[in-house]
Unconditional design. Structure first.
Lengths: 133, 217
């Protein structure tokens, strides 16, 4: 039996609403809230991170913080160019960058990454983890 | 309907869409509003729906998406400009695909349930489709490269954010139906063409002037 448009379209709309509502519930339930950041499987507070890493400023973008490349070095990662780095926000948003990108990146005091060589899509807010892959 | 009239319609409605994306969207974002969902469901869907209602032709919406996307290229702010432009054009294509099987006299959309449902499905599909395209293209254009796992883990967020677009789209499409009885052929050429040209030029001039002003600031 072929379903007519008068049945199919409202059904499709209901499915769309269910997908949207279900995804919203999932996102809300899985959202992480923490003051710590896990870097290469080790946990740090934002104050510790700002203590160990060198400061960096992007005058043209009006952002300052600490250098992401120096942060990774200080946390003991070896063969820096051999790896890629996945930066994960508290809402699950994540982006993977290269070592070259990390050398152009900073972490602000409120936990946002900024890269001078990458678009705004790489400004990840409230980061909870930096995975070395 | 003469081709010139259709062409002018594509240019003026596409320019209005592009103007909204370049000027109104960033202002909404600065005001803390969910500009992406509102831009698609109010301006994108609203203007494409308007074109379908007034001109009763298929294919116009792809053209409008291309014009709006082209105008976006002249506003080099807010991340990956090329990606945004392609995503806008893709929204036009998605609209065409969703509405392809619908009759041009809207005979299927007699009830409010059908109008609302089409609004929900269209706005959600266009928003999610455009968002996914941007997420794929931005890393490819940037030097970092695209990683499919980054997109997969973010899909629940994209699907969740589409809910607002769907709800607003469910209001926009029935609202545009107030234009159903307007016959664009009744508009005299001496009014239609100067208006279309003036509005289009105004949209492009404002967007380009705004870009030059921001670059100089």
């Amino acid at each position: 039996m072929i379903m007519g448009k008068e049945k199919f379209i409202p059904l499709a709309a209901m499915i769309v609403i269910l997908i949207g509502a279900g995804s919203s519930a999932y996102v809300y339930a899985t959202q992480t809230t923490t003051d710590n950041i896990i870097i290469n499987d080790q946990q740090y507070t934002i104050d510790q991170i700002f203590y160990i890493a060198e400061p960096r400023t992007f005058d043209s973008l009006n952002f300052s913080g600490i250098a992401l490349d120096d942060l990774v070095i200080k946390t003991g990662v070896g063969c820096l160019e051999c790896h890629e780095y996945t930066i994960i926000g508290d809402d699950g948003y994540q982006k993977t960058v290269t070592w070259e990108n990390m050398q152009e990146g900073l972490l602000t005091k409120d936990g946002m990454t900024v890269f001078s060589d990458l678009p705004k899509a790489y400004r990840i807010k409230n980061i909870v983890k930096i995975e070395v892959i | 309907m003469e081709k010139m009239k259709l062409f002018a319609g594509i240019i003026v409605l596409g320019s209005l869409w592009g103007f909204a994306e370049c000027i109104i969207g960033p202002a909404m974002g600065d005001a803390g509003l969910p500009s992406g969902a509102l831009m698609t469901s109010v301006f994108g869907i609203g203007l494409m729906m308007m074109s379908r209602m007034l001109f009763k032709r298929r294919g116009m919406q792809i053209g409008m998406g291309l014009v709006a996307g082209a105008l976006r290229l002249f506003n080099p702010f807010g991340g990956c400009v090329v990606c945004s432009a392609i995503a806008i054009a893709a929204e036009g294509l998605l609209f065409e695909l969703i509405w392809y099987k619908m009759s041009l006299d809207f005979s299927e959309l007699k009830t409010i349930t059908m109008k609302l449902s089409m609004g929900i499905v269209t706005a959600y599909s266009c928003y999610v489709g455009g968002y996914v395209i941007t997420q794929i293209l931005t890393p490819m254009v940037a030097s970092a490269g695209f990683y499919v796992e980054n997109l997969i883990v973010f899909m629940p967020q994209i699907l969740a954010r589409g809910l607002l677009a769907a709800i607003v789209g469910g209001i926009t499409v029935p609202a545009i139906f107030v234009l159903k009885d307007i016959n664009i052929n009744n508009v005299k050429d001496r009014i239609y063409y100067p208006t279309a040209v003036s509005v289009s030029i105004l949209c492009w001039v404002v967007v380009i002037a705004n870009a030059l002003f921001l670059m100089g600031a």
